[in-house]
Design a protein around this ligand. Sequence first.
Ligand SMILES: [Zn+2]
Length: 277
Amino acid sequence: MDDFSWRANPIKSDGAERNQAILKALRSRSLKAALFVRASNIVEDEGKNLLRAWDTEGHLIGNHTFSHLYYNNSKVTAETFSEDILRAEDLLKAFPHFQKIFRFPYLKEGETAAKRDAIRRFLSQQGYRVGHVTIDTSDWIVDDRLRKRLAKDESADLSGYRQFYLDHMWERTLYYDELSQNVVKRSVKHTILMHFNLLNALFLGDLIDMFSSKGWQVIDAVEAFRDPVFLTQPKTVPAGESIIWALAKETGRFDKVLRYPGEDGEYETAKMDKLGL
Ligand SMILES: [Zn+2]
């Protein structure tokens, strides 16, 4: 789960309530997730206190930079980006469940080979691993639409958003799992992208239960990240996206089933328009 933007969009619930709802969904299913924190969200005591709840419950805490820069922007140098990672680490290292695991904002790892390799060298020198996603998604656009509906009508029926969200996550899961079987020749231990938002405060429990009901085993993030696929370093440019996407791109053999970017809100908005969401 990314960003930890607990201050954002306090409609229906505030950051503290969302924190409790998300933690409860995980706790009641005995699951330990990974939270990749944008550390500008924990400068103040309130943010630190909310994060402490994750730490106390034993969830993995990772680095997602301080200011969430878009690394594929030519104005963002490897040096600037590296400093932003260290600035985040200064705040995160106080939490016992913080580990040196890094998730790139927007899953963007550099628009040139030089920048890609420079940041890989930096992360390796600093003792970091990359906390890739294998299953990329656009949960954030569903959250965006749901909040817009609530802004118009706070008692709106949200069941359509719930169903769209579950269908979207399952559809993307099947796509990336098939790609994994074709490229890596096995179904890897998957990690799925999602964000700290109202959508997950409402439906994370349903999402986890959906995977279980379809026969998938839902595992702790620490266990998933032990899969050797997370140590691969595909030499694609622009670098990034899902690690499975990037490994597929690197072979040059899957271009028919690869779009760029791998996921985007734009891919989902027409479908939601059609459903009146
Ligand atoms: Zn992010």
